[in-house]
Write a protein that binds this ligand. Structure first.
Ligand code: ATP
Length: 518
């Protein structure tokens, strides 16, 4: 991460805490690593993200229904799904620093450095050649650039082969050969790489030993698969149809140092779309495009989002792509779209001995459907939206005694935690206070908002800007005479005098989620 990105990430995490979005879990006991609590504004934003996802997936699709399965599932579920045997990450310990890393991430770090070096050469050449510079040609023909990129590609190929074959010795050899140093201490004294299962487990109270071993679900998807027939029969859905679920998932991540990007307890929004075998390519393409549109509708710049095809397909998939978002530490997975074939249903069928088949009334056949999944981390989406929205901007002539810069959270108004704040021009004027509280009591039936008289108007505006409130409503003496107020819009800071009766419509116009679906 460059210094500027590191600074902006630090600022973002500090902002999340200072303004009541996210706190470290159990902070008074020095915290629990990679576990976080959502504060008063955080929970509102998170709920809005979930609502946007749920409405777009369930409410807007007649053939998608919801589910809320339990976190605990029969332990055989995880045997069938492959999580007991294959949900592993390659782990390596540094013997000197006693720090633990993911071997693949250490190796990826080397590749990223090589790519950065190639980019630097390109940047230098761009400056040297000016207007006439042909970047594509230069990348293909410059010997130094090709050398860096070729080296990165070779390392990538070796790493992927080792991961595919579960060859830990090859990963150990690669780490030593590339002379990778502990990023924190510089030591090169490594243990051998070994596999580490990411599932948390616990024990049922009334059954001792292995028999009573339970797992905290590492993904919500399996709750959907085991309920496939229940849902299909009770809702009389015909293929293709989907089941959507939002819920907690737990992973004992080895390295979890990127705030809410990688947590040990997190929330997923997953949808499994059951289809006729043979139509998976068509539906995979459909969901790729649909999900990208969902992100773009929030006003996120297309430059910040990209598709990234998986090179190493998971054991259950015949195609997989990530929607990556440009976080301060680079492009990383935000969402996954996976063509999961009939793997999960078939495995559950084998292990449970129960048929999980669909009777197709058109062909009079029974078969196990194929599945295309969309899976997005709610917390990662939260981080993406906060990072994208937080800007520090100069306010020039618009100053209001609060300095000439402001931190403003330019969230899409449909996601903003609060939609409005009402403030009296003077807090010690009973008439103004009463009027302002009256407006709050009117609007609270329609939108989450706040009455605030704890500071000067300038200060209160800044505070609402920092939590992303799209509208501030100020009540002054004129309001008492003619029932009008000033309404200030967050991004433009433009103020307008409007009648109180127009407020609800004006706010709705901007914050209504329905606009995102049209
Ligand atoms: P990664 O490669 O980053 O570990 P993954 O490929 O294991 O992610 P999936 O199993 O596809 O992730 O999970 C679907 C989504 O769940 C991811 O796209 C991500 O948004 C979210 N997610 C996965 N692991 C975590 C985590 N530890 N913390 C927060 N969100 C997560």
């Amino acid at each position: 991460m460059s210094q500027t990105s590191a600074d902006s990430f630090k600022k973002l995490t500090a902002h999340c805490k200072e303004y009541g979005f996210i706190y470290q879990s159990s902070e008074i006991y020095d915290g629990l690593s990679a576990v976080y609590d959502y504060g008063p504004y955080g929970v509102l934003l998170k709920n809005n993200i979930k609502e946007y996802w749920w409405k777009s997936m369930v409410q807007m699709h007649e053939n998608i229904v919801g589910l809320d399965a339990a976190i605990f599932m029969h332990p055989s579920t995880w045997k069938a799904s492959g999580h007991v045997d294959a949900f592993n990450d390659p782990l390596v310990d540094n013997k000197d620093s006693k720090r633990r890393y993911r071997a693949d991430q250490l190796i990826e770090g080397v590749m990223e450095k090589l790519e950065e070096k190639a980019d630097k050469e390109v940047e230098k050449a761009k400056k040297r050649f000016g207007e006439t510079f042909d970047e594509k040609l230069y990348r293909e023909t410059n010997p130094r650039v090709s050398e860096y990129l070729q080296k990165a590609a070779d390392i990538n190929a070796r790493m992927n082969e080792a991961l595919r074959n579960g060859d830990m010795a090859a990963l150990t050899a690669l780490i030593n050969e590339l002379e990778i140093a502990d990023p924190d201490t510089g030591s090169r004294n490594w243990t051998d790489v070994r596999m580490f299962n990411l599932m948390f487990n616990t024990q049922l109270g009334n059954i001792a030993g292995e028999e009573g071993k339970l797992y905290l679900r590492p993904e919500t998807a399996q709750g959907i698969f085991v309920n496939f027939l229940n849902v299909q029969k009770t809702t009389r859905q015909k293929l293709p149809f989907g089941i959507a679920q939002i819920g907690k998932a737990f992973r004992n991540e080895i390295v979890a140092r990127q705030f809410i990007f990688r947590m040990r307890e997190f929330e997923q929004m997953e949808m499994q779309f059951f289809i006729k075998p043979g139509t998976q390519q068509e539906w995979y393409d459909y969901w790729k495009q649909f999900r990208l549109k969902w992100h773009l509708a929030l006003g996120t710049s297309p430059d910040k989002l990209r598709f990234h095809d998986h090179e190493n397909l998971a054991h259950y998939a015949d195609a997989a792509v990530d929607i990556q978002f440009e976080f301060p530490f680079g492009f990383r997975e935000l969402e996954g779209i996976h063509s999961r074939t009939d793997f999960d249903l078939t495995e559950h069928q084998k292990l449970s001995g129960k048929k999980l088949q669909y009777f197709d009334p058109e062909t009079n056949e029974n078969y196990v459907p194929y599945v295309v999944e969309t899976s997005i981390g709610c917390d990662r989406m939260f981080l993406a939206m906060m990072g994208n929205a937080l800007v520090e901007e100069a306010v020039g002539d618009n100053t209001d005694g609060e300095g000439n810069s402001r931190d403003v959270l330019k969230l899409h108004p449909a996601l903003s935690p609060l939609k409005f704040a009402v403030m009296p021009l003077k807090r010690n004027e009973p008439g103004l206070v009463e009027k302002a509280k009256g407006i709050f009591n009117l609007l609270k039936f329609h939108f989450p908002g706040q009455y605030d008289d704890t500071g000067s108007i300038g200060k209160l505006y800044r505070r609402q800007d920092a939590i992303g409130t799209p509208f501030c409503i100020t009540v002054d003496f004129e309001s008492l005479e003619n029932d009008t107020v000033t309404i200030r819009e967050r991004d433009s800071m433009a103020q307008q005098r409007v009648s109180i009766s127009a407020l609800e419509g004006m706010i709705r116009e901007r914050v209504d989620m329905a606009r995102l679906f049209k």
